[in-house]
Design a protein around this ligand. Structure first.
Ligand code: SF4
Length: 597
């Protein structure tokens, strides 16, 4: 018990974890119960550790209630795909599972993974089992553990460093993986025969040596980035590892701690945060330091109030020096956990190297790989792979992965890289995309290219407003406005979410649109507009205007865009301009800024 000697009152979720016997709870029994299409609340909490959330179709709630029916329950199933690396067979497998057992779409996530939606309870075991059969897993894709490890996915030419980081992301993913045998028992063993297929077996040693029986107080995110390419938003991670190099040689990592986007506006002690630069570590020192940081969050993170449980709040409450000192105190445990001699990591930890983030690349378009092959970065609007009208993206990807493309990588901007192609294949790849109405990067606007939204309605239980279904029309309106103003070539990010939880990382975008409420009469969503972040992800934005109706977002942005157009310095980006000008000095379409505090 990690809370020995503490009088902290554990939250309900902590008690569920404690009683779960290594995350088993009554999952297996409830899956076998065909009398109901839902699972109990405690099981919902435990299922997250197994990579799935119980949801319901919120579009249907009202009509079903009128008919006296219960909610239309289904499950979202999220994969764990370190660094976003997949084979063609795996991508096709995901499409097959979505078509046969889901809602026929897949969604590339902001953590380089894939989500399936609309899986009914009777199909949940098959879905997770089949994901394991194609060599992927859903374990710890959600829940109070280390989530999917992010890493720059681009296999770029003359850049072995990215390969090294990708390898490291796999090693870290394995290192932080829960050791409970529950996942294997429940999802991989054949329920009919009782035989263990050992497809994705992990050590079944229990209790958990890294996490303990309560696991972590909240989700924990790790990401690796390069200074000149922060495509994974390293400052948004609980633990960001920023590669420090000398020429092509990896010297080590700046360790960034305490990033996190979620917030609750009604609670003064909740806020989005960028990570703090804590230390520099060499490659050899890295794993004991990762273990020590996780152990400190495990032992001192808030387990009483989940809104205060992310590591950013521990660091905020303690201050960085105290947090760093505690990590140093835990290094012996980290070294023991890694089976390396005590003293492997120098104490005190070295100060961060001066290297910092300087750039961002979304890797769209054609690029030569390190091995002479080529990859095509293909923009996927909001990560949603589907066929709709003239846009037959799913069919195009099915054909490409069946006939031409051997591997893929998923990006943290919810796009896909089609990898390992011969240069001679470029015409046929482009032809197939064109035949299916799929635009490549030169065919979409910059503002659409750099924008994305969380799923929100109808599946997310926490959504206040639309997001994925709202952003495309907002962008269409904005595209027209930008073209008219001569700003179409500007590169800036717009990220929209359906609630303040921030799953699409809205708080360091040039423009963040965060769902806040719904108009009582029209049911139209109202959003907080944030401005002043930046493409490279190193600055939080601030409130420009609150409670803006979706239909008025672009007209509310217009005065700010005019001000930018008239007063920017040469080459200055939108976010940098807003930051320099001062968001409080930017003009509004109405002078009502009172609610924006
Ligand atoms: Fe749901 Fe809110 Fe996350 Fe969007 S940001 S997916 S609405 S929890």
């Amino acid at each position: 018990m990690t809370r020995e000697g503490s009088d902290e009152k554990l939250s309900k979720v902590e008690l569920i974890k404690e009683a779960s016997v290594g995350l088993r709870g009554s999952i297996a029994a409830e899956l076998a119960d065909s009398a109901t299409d839902r699972v109990e609340d405690a099981t919902t909490k435990l299922l997250k550790f197994h990579g799935t959330y119980q949801q319901d179709d919120r579009d249907l709630r009202l009509s079903r209630r009128k008919e006296g029916l219960d909610k239309a329950y289904s499950f979202m199933v999220r994969n764990r795909i370190p660094g976003g690396k997949m084979t063609a067979a795996q991508f096709l497998g995901e499409l097959d599972i979505a078509d046969e057992l889901g809602n026929g779409t897949i969604r590339i996530t902001t953590r380089q993974s894939i989500q399936l939606h609309g899986v009914v309870k009777g199909n949940l075991w098959d879905v997770i089992h089949r994901i394991n059969e194609i060599g992927l897993s859903t374990q710890s894709a959600c829940g109070d553990v280390t989530r999917n490890v992010c890493c720059c996915p681009a296999p770029l030419r003359q850049d072995s460093l990215r390969d090294e980081l990708q390898e490291l992301s796999d090693q870290i993913a394995q290192f932080v993986r829960p050791r409970t045998g529950a996942y294997h028992e429940i999802w991989i063993r054949d329920l009919d025969t009782g035989e263990s297929q050992q497809i994705d077996a992990v050590s079944e040693s229990e209790p958990e040596p890294l996490y303990g029986n309560l696991y972590l107080p909240r989700k924990f995110k790790i990401g690796l980035a390069l200074c000149d390419d922060n495509c994974i938003d390293v400052y948004d991670q609980d633990l960001g590892l920023l590669a420090v190099t000398e020429g092509d040689r990896l010297l080590g990592f700046n360790v960034l701690v305490g990033g996190g986007m979620g917030t609750t506006p009604s609670k003064k002690n909740c806020f989005p945060a960028l990570a703090h630069r804590m230390a520099f570590v060499t490659r050899e020192e890295l794993f004991p330091v990762i273990a020590a940081i996780i152990m400190v969050q495990r032992d001192f993170g808030n387990r009483e109030d989940r809104s205060q449980a992310r590591m950013k709040y521990l660091i905020h409450n303690w201050g960085l020096p105290r947090f760093k000192a505690k990590v140093e105190e835990y290094l012996s445990q980290g070294e023991a956990y890694c089976n390396v001699p005590e003293g492997t990591v120098p104490r005190p930890l070295a100060d961060p190297h001066r290297a910092d983030v300087t750039g961002h690349d979304d890797h769209m378009g054609w690029h030569e790989q390190a091995d002479g092959k080529w990859f095509l970065g293909l923009p996927i609007e909001n990560g949603r792979v589907k066929d709709e009208g003239n846009l037959r993206l799913k069919t195009a990807l099915r054909q490409l992965f069946s006939e031409h493309v051997p591997t893929a990588r998923l990006t943290a901007q919810q796009n896909i890289l089609l990898c390992d192609l011969d240069e001679t294949q470029r015409p046929i790849i482009e032809q197939i995309l064109a035949e299916h109405g799929v635009d490549t990067v030169g065919q979409i606007s910059n503002v659409r290219r750099f924008s994305f939204a969380c799923p929100a309605l109808p599946t997310c239980g926490l959504a206040v407003t639309e997001s994925e279904r709202a952003l495309p029309s907002v962008l269409s309106e904005l595209e027209a406005e930008l073209a008219e103003m001569g700003l179409a070539e500007e590169k800036f990010t717009i990220r929209m979410t359906g609630c303040p939880n921030g799953c699409a990382r809205p708080y360091n975008a040039d423009i963040g649109l965060v769902g806040r409420s719904v108009d009582g009469k029209t049911k139209e969503g109202k959003y907080t507009i944030f401005v002043g972040g930046n493409l490279i992800g190193t600055r939080l934005n601030v409130v420009y205007k609150d409670m803006v109706l979706r239909s008025e977002i672009v007209s509310e942005l217009r005065p700010m865009l005019i001000c930018f157009q008239e007063n920017r310095k040469p080459g200055e980006s939108l976010g940098d301009f807003c930051h320099r000008w001062g968001v409080e000095s930017l003009p509004l379409s109405t002078d009502d800024r009172a609610s924006a505090s």
